[in-house]
Design a protein around this ligand. Structure first.
Ligand code: GLC
Length: 607
């Protein structure tokens, strides 16, 4: 009997603990400021420094109690740091487990949990994978991008997580860059509009909303402007040019009330942004009035000169508020050393207490605004949002509106869904992993059936045609002769960040051969390009009757068939100038000499 009574008390305490905060509800800015000040006044230096630490889950996986012991302020799962499996249930359980450890501290300050939901909640198997930002850029549709941000937030909150490292508002100026697809495009005006829309969608009307997620504008500043498009490279230009191209997105993001900003690995004229006090503090916080907090990139401070302690001093004094630390005890640049060195720096007065207090106040303010003190745990009523039909429809709409028709000889498109025979070819026709691209389930993404659900382009075609239509598939294009049309789906395979940097963006020989083979079969050839950027397509274009840039559409390949068979007209417009050859890159709208294969904003539609 005693045992049951004990269990009853424990479960009652747990239920009460679920939503009982020891702080008054932050109903307005004044109450929030009061809560922050009164909490800060109670905090020890260790508790303050702990709030400035974000650890990767794999770094604490075998010593989870460190989250409590060191008062850790945030946990993230990097691109490939996942719970036991990638199911929504495992993610929610991981979140709640770490949160229950965090609120076990003296002051019960909850963590905020960060994830790269950069095209949907893309680590999670079963989530809706939306088109990557380059495709959203091709829609030029502010309202739609806001809807995508809101739907992504709903799926993230379904797992309890309340912080996403998105949107990337890079202005990608050189398509050699492996992160071109994470940007909305080359035009600062387009990037600022879509970035702000995404933030509004993700954060909702108020950060305390049950479906709201803290957005993170990244990577500040100039990540997309590096020489030769080298990832984490050096953006070399005047301050005027730097501001003109790369700052508008952040000005608009701050107007949209973004409350976290991530620092870029890249440099400006040779100085790493992670140590650039002028831009991180004088410009971002003082001139632009950014009131949220600044987070480093993954081990970003360790690219600064000097030893770990020197790197911490430089970055925190430059304006870093929270350090994203990938490593745990026993590894270089681990979170225990970060805490030790930062404490030493404060005790030596090399980093002032006021700088620490400023960082902690920024972090706590966002936590109160997120209502995470009041509701620290996952809201089970949101779990069904993950991969919901409603969200998949939004993603399918985004796919449709992202397609850019570059060529349509003799109105080859739209196709009739009553054709006798359709040959589908190419390595990307039936590959959900290639269709989603990087940052999908794992950091780099992967070819093949890497996630459950989703519709490949081949499946979408089969779903659309009449039962009498014969649809054949061959990766190499064989068997096309005699068909009414051959649809060839080619392009890139998944990559992320610097591993996607390319000196040559020509279509692969394999892809060229498939198109040529289809061409020699003497049937109309429709090429669909799955890629994270414009590629060099001169020969492919000549050998095709119709050519569609489909970018990285994600799980809802049905959106491609919707346009191929004319249920919807193509409306996409290029978010990048399309180069004739590699020598032309970088080529951007506004260049003095501007003669691309297709200009920025180009896109055909159906008669
Ligand atoms: C990566 C990326 C950044 C991402 C972070 C956490 O290196 O640069 O965009 O949010 O690490 O995964």
């Amino acid at each position: 009997m005693k045992r049951y009574f004990f269990l009853l008390i424990v479960s009652l305490l747990f239920i009460l603990g679920q939503n009982r905060s020891i702080y008054p509800k932050s109903k307005d800015g004044k109450q929030t400021r009061h809560n922050v000040e009164s909490l800060l006044a109670q905090m020890t230096l260790d508790e303050k420094i702990g709030q400035m630490v974000q650890v990767d889950y794999l770094a604490v996986k075998n010593n989870e109690d460190d989250v409590r012991k060191y008062f850790i302020g945030s946990v993230l799962c990097g691109g490939s740091s996942d719970p036991i499996d990638n199911t929504p249930k495992s993610w929610k359980e991981l979140y709640d487990k770490l949160q229950s450890i965090a609120v076990g501290t003296r002051l019960k300050i909850p963590i905020i949990f960060g994830i790269d939901a950069v095209h949907g909640h893309s680590n999670v198997d079963g989530a809706t994978i939306f088109p990557h930002n380059i495709a959203l850029g091709a829609t030029h549709n502010i309202k739609l991008v806001e809807k995508v941000g809101a739907a992504t937030a709903g799926e993230v909150k379904g797992t309890g997580i309340q912080w996403s490292f998105s949107p990337c508002i890079a202005v990608a100026r050189n398509e050699r860059w492996g992160r071109t697809y994470e940007s909305f495009g080359e035009d600062p005006q387009l990037v600022k509009k879509l970035g702000a829309a995404y933030i509004k969608g993700m954060q909702g009307k108020s950060l305390s909303g049950k479906l709201s997620v803290l957005a993170c504008a990244k990577h500040f500043l100039g990540d997309g402007g590096t020489t030769n498009g080298k990832d984490q490279g050096n953006t070399e230009c005047s301050e005027e040019e730097f501001r003109k191209i790369h700052l508008p997105g952040y000005i608009e993001a701050i107007k949209a009330d973004v409350k976290s900003i991530m620092i870029s690995y890249s440099s400006w004229n040779g100085q790493k942004m992670h140590g650039n006090k002028y831009f991180l503090t004088d410009v971002l916080k003082n001139e632009l009035g950014f009131k949220g907090f600044v987070v480093s990139d993954w081990g970003g401070i360790n690219q600064l000169p000097g030893d770990f302690k020197k790197q911490i001093e430089q970055s925190v004094n430059a304006g870093l508020d929270m350090a994203m630390i990938p490593n745990g005890p026993g590894r270089k640049y681990n979170y225990l050393d970060f805490i030790k060195y930062l404490k030493e720096l404060v005790n030596e007065n090399t980093v002032s207490v006021s700088r620490i207090d400023d960082a902690v106040k920024r972090i706590l303010t966002v936590k109160f605004e997120l209502n995470v003190f009041e509701k620290p745990f996952a809201d089970n009523s949101l779990f069904a949002k993950i991969g919901s039909k409603e969200h998949r429809e939004i993603a399918r709409e985004a796919v449709r509106q992202s397609l850019v028709l570059l060529k349509n000889e003799n109105n080859t498109l739209p196709l009739s869904n009553k054709l006798k025979s359709i040959c589908v070819a190419g390595k990307n026709a039936d590959d959900i992993g290639n269709q989603c691209g990087g940052w999908t389930i794992s950091w780099q993404g992967e070819s093949g059936k890497t996630l459950s659900g989703g519709t490949t382009i081949l499946q979408a075609i089969k779903n659309t045609v009449s039962p009498k239509t014969q649809v054949t598939f061959s990766k190499d294009g064989s068997g096309a002769s005699g068909a009414d049309v051959c649809i060839v789906v080619v392009g890139e395979t998944p990559y992320a960040e610097g591993l996607g940097d390319r000196a040559d963006l020509s279509l692969s020989a394999e892809d060229q051969e498939v198109i040529e083979k289809a061409k020699t079969a003497n049937v109309p050839v429709v090429v669909i390009l799955i890629s994270g950027r414009p590629l060099i397509i001169d020969k492919a274009l000549i050998n095709s009757n119709a050519f569609v840039a489909a970018w990285l559409p994600g799980t809802e390949g049905q959106g491609v068939a919707d346009v191929l068979f004319g249920d919807y007209k193509p409306t996409g417009k290029l978010p990048h100038s399309w180069p004739k050859d590699m020598q032309q890159i970088p080529i951007n709208i506004g260049d003095k000499e501007y003669d691309p294969l297709f200009p920025y904003g180009f896109g055909l539609t159906y008669k």
